[in-house]
Design a protein around this ligand. Structure first.
Ligand code: F6P
Length: 343
C-alpha cells in the first residue's frame, strides 16, 4: 500500500513519535511505502510531500515539534482547495491517509472522507478537548510543563508575598488548567467552562491570606472568561477555523486582583513553552500505540475511523463522532476535586 501521513493544527510533543510509529509499522510490518505531506493540509493541497522510511525517522522519538511541519490551513476555506487536495491524493496513488490532528484537522479529514478519501485519524492536542478518546497526544507533557512552572512560581511568590497568576493554554476547555492547578496546589483555577466571578476569586485569595499565607497561585486557562456583567475584555482575532487567538486574560485577572485586594500581583503566561520540547514518556508511548494502531486500521480498511484511548485499550471511533462536539472539562473533577482546595 501507499500511505500518506500529515500533522495539522498546533504542534505538540509526541507528533514525531506518532510519525515514527506509522512509518515503522508500515515498512517493517507491511512493506508499505509512506509519504509525509508537509505543513498539514497545505501539503496535500499543494502536492508537497517527502518520502518517509525507518532511516529518516531515526532519532525523532524524543524530539518535540513535527518533522513534517504543520499549519492551520483549512481547505474548505480556500477556493478550489478541496478538489486540489483530492487530486493530489489520486495523483500520488495514496491508498490511505493518516491525519494526526485535533478537531480542526480531523474535521477536515472527516469531510474529505465523505468526498471519497480514505482517511484514518490520530488524536493530538495539548488541550485534550477532542471527544471520543480519554487522552490526546501532547496533553500529558503540557500538564507536566505547567505543573513544574507552578512549583517554581510558588517559591518566588512566597519570597515576595505575591499573588502570581499563571496563564496556561486551553481555549475552549480547562483540562490543562485543572490538571496543572491540582498538581501545583493552586489557590483558585479559572476555566472556559465556568465563567468566573472576580469577587469570588478575590474572596478565595483574601481567605487564604487571612490564614497567614501571603502568597497564592491563580491558574487560569487562556480561554477563561469573566461572568457576564463583571469585567469587560477585548474581542480577539479569529483564525481560518474561526478560533480566537487568545492570550492575556491572566493580565486582566492580575490587575483586578491587585486593584480589589491590594495584594501585589504578577502574571506569567506560559504560552508555547507548553507545546515545545521533548514529550513525556506517557506521550511517547501513547503516540507509538496510536501510530501502530492507525496502520492496523488502514490495513483493516477501517476508513473514517480515529484511534482512541479507552481506559487501558486502544480502540476505534468514527472521526465524525470525535469532531461532533468538543470534550469539555469533567464537571465532577472540577467540582469534587479541584474546588475542594480553593482558598
Ligand atoms: O493547539 C491548541 C493550542 O495550543 C491552544 O491551546 C492555543 O489557543 C492555540 O493552540 C495557539 O495557537 P497558535 O500556536 O496558532 O497561536
Amino acid at each position: 500500500m501507499r500511505v500518506g501521513v500529515l500533522t495539522g493544527g498546533g504542534d505538540c510533543p509526541g507528533l514525531n513519535a506518532a510519525i515514527r510509529a506509522v512509518v515503522r509499522k508500515c515498512e517493517v510490518g507491511h512493506s508499505d511505502e509512506v509519504i509525509g505531506y508537509l505543513d498539514g493540509w497545505r501539503g496535500v493541497i499543494e502536492g508537497e510531500a517527502v518520502p518517509l522510511d525507518v532511516e529518516r525517522c531515526r532519532g525523532i522519538l524524543p524530539r518535540g515539534g513535527t518533522i513534517l511541519g504543520t499549519s492551520r490551513t483549512n481547505p474548505f476555506k480556500i477556493e478550489g482547495a478541496t478538489e486540489r487536495a483530492l487530486e493530489t491524493l489520486e495523483r500520488d496513488g495514496i491508498d490511505a491517509l493518516i491525519a494526526i490532528g485535533g478537531e480542526d484537522t480531523l474535521g477536515v479529514a472527516n469531510r474529505l472522507g465523505l468526498l471519497g478519501a480514505h482517511v484514518v485519524g490520530i488524536p493530538k492536542t495539548i488541550d485534550n478537548d477532542l471527544s471520543g478518546t480519554d487522552a490526546t497526544i501532547g496533553f500529558d507533557t503540557a500538564v507536566q510543563i505547567a505543573a513544574e512552572a507552578i512549583d517554581r512560581l510558588h517559591t518566588t511568590a512566597e519570597s515576595h508575598d505575591r499573588v502570581i497568576v499563571c496563564e496556561v493554554m486551553g481555549r475552549h476547555a480547562g483540562w490543562i488548567a485543572t490538571y496543572a492547578g491540582i498538581a501545583g496546589g493552586a489557590t483558585v483555577i479559572l476555566v472556559p467552562e465556568e465563567p468566573f466571578d472576580i469577587d469570588a476569586v478575590c474572596a478565595y485569595l483574601e481567605h487564604r491570606h487571612s490564614t497567614g499565607r501571603f502568597a497564592s497561585i491563580v491558574v487560569t486557562a487562556e480561554g477563561a472568561l469573566p461572568a457576564a456583567g463583571t469585567i469587560s475584555i477585548a474581542s480577539p482575532e479569529l483564525d481560518q477555523f474561526g478560533h480566537p487567538r487568545l492570550g492575556g486574560i491572566g493580565n486582566v485577572v492580575a490587575d483586578e486582583v491587585e486593584r480589589r485586594t491590594g495584594f501585589e500581583a504578577r502574571v506569567t503566561i506560559l504560552g508555547h513553552v507548553q507545546r515545545g520540547g521533548t514529550p513525556s514518556a506517557f506521550d511517547r508511548v501513547l503516540a507509538t500505540r496510536f501510530g501502530t494502531a492507525a496502520v492496523d486500521a488502514v490495513h483493516d480498511g477501517a476508513f473514517g475511523q480515529m484511534v482512541a484511548l479507552h481506559g487501558p485499550k486502544i480502540e476505534r471511533v468514527p472521526i465524525a463522532d470525535a469532531v461532533a462536539q468538543l470534550k469539555t472539562l469533567d464537571k465532577d473533577l472540577f467540582e469534587s476535586v479541584a474546588e475542594v482546595f480553593f482558598g
